[in-house]
Design a protein around this ligand. Structure first.
Ligand code: TMP
Ligand code: ASP
Length: 236
C-alpha cells in the first residue's frame, strides 16, 4: 500500500490517504511538543520507537479482544491503519497519582490507587483540551451514551492488559491517554497511539521516569528512556 496526498499533519504524526478509502497511512515524526504546543523539540528516534511500540501493543490488545485501528506496519515509521472518525475525547486512565491529577488535587506523585480512575478531556487545542465528564460529552453530542459506555469498558480493559504486561517488564503503568474512533459502520475501535508520549511509565524498582515527562520537565536522558522501554518491550 502506498501513500497518496497528505490528509493532516499533527504534532507527532502525519496522516496520508491511500488508494483504499477505508485505510490511511500514519507516519510518526521525531517532533515533540508539550503544554499544548508551547514547548517544542525533537526526540531523536522517537518516531520509529513510537510506531513500533504502538503497533506491538495494539496487536497484543487485539489478541485480548480489544478492537483497534491497526492494520499493518509498513516500515520503521509508517503504518497502515483503518480510517476512523475520531471521537473528540482524550480518555485518561490512572493507576498512580502523577501529572495534572497530582497538581489538581494537591497530592504528591506516586500514590497507588486501589482502583484505576478514568477521566475525559475535550480534544480541542483552541480550548486547551478541557477536562469534562461524560454528561458534558453527551450534552455536546461528542458521543452517544452507548459509545461512552463502550469506550469506558474498552479503556479499563486496555489498562488491565497493559498494566500486567508492563509490570512483567519491570515497568509501572502510571497513567495513559487513549483515543477512540468510529469505523464507517459505527464500530468503536482504539485509535491514535500507545507510546511513551502518551503513557507515564516508571521503572518498578527505582521509579525512574521512562516517558515523555523527561522532555516535559527538562530532565535529560529522553532518548535513552524511550530506548529502554523499547528494549524491555521488544528485546532491542
Ligand atoms: P496529565 O497528568 O498531564 O493529565 O496526563 C495524563 C496522561 O495523558 C499522561 O500519561 C500523558 C498523557 N497525555 C497525552 O498523551 N497527551 C496530552 O496532551 C496530555 C496533556 C497528556
Ligand atoms: N503533546 C501535547 C501538546 O503538545 C501535550 C503533552 O503530551 O504533554 O500539547
Amino acid at each position: 500500500m502506498e501513500k497518496k496526498e497528505q490528509l493532516y499533519e499533527g504534532k507527532a504524526k502525519k496522516v496520508f490517504v491511500t488508494e483504499d478509502p477505508e485505510k490511511l497511512i500514519v507516519s510518526y515524526k521525531d517532533d515533540a511538543t508539550a503544554f499544548n504546543g508551547l514547548k517544542k523539540g525533537t526526540i531523536s528516534g522517537k518516531g520509529a520507537i513510537n510506531n513500533r511500540m504502538s503497533n506491538f501493543l495494539m496487536g497484543m490488545l487485539e489478541k485480548h479482544g480489544v478492537p483497534t485501528h491497526f492494520v499493518e506496519e509498513l516500515n520503521d515509521r509508517e503504518t497502515v491503519v483503518k480510517k476512523v472518525s475520531i471521537v473528540p475525547l482524550e480518555v485518561i486512565i490512572r493507576n498512580i497519582s502523577a501529572g495534572s491529577f497530582a497538581k489538581r488535587y494537591g497530592v504528591e506523585e506516586g500514590i497507588a490507587f486501589e482502583e484505576p480512575t478514568i477521566e475525559f478531556s475535550y480534544k480541542n487545542d483552541d480550548l486547551g483540551d478541557p477536562l469534562m465528564n461524560s454528561y458534558h460529552a453527551l450534552a455536546l453530542k461528542l458521543a452517544t451514551k452507548e459509545e461512552i459506555e463502550t469506550i469506558k469498558a474498552m479503556a479499563f480493559r486496555v489498562n488491565e492488559v497493559l498494566k500486567a504486561y508492563f509490570l512483567n517488564l519491570g515497568i509501572e503503568l502510571v497513567d495513559f491517554k487513549l483515543e477512540f474512533g468510529r469505523l464507517s459502520d459505527g464500530t468503536i475501535v482504539l485509535a491514535d497511539e500507545i507510546s511513551p508520549d502518551t503513557c507515564r511509565l516508571w521503572d518498578a524498582k527505582t521509579h525512574e521516569k521512562l516517558d515523555k515527562d523527561r522532555f516535559r520537565r527538562d530532565m535529560g536522558g529522553v532518548e535513552e528512556a524511550y530506548q529502554e522501554v523499547m528494549r524491555r518491550l521488544m528485546g532491542e
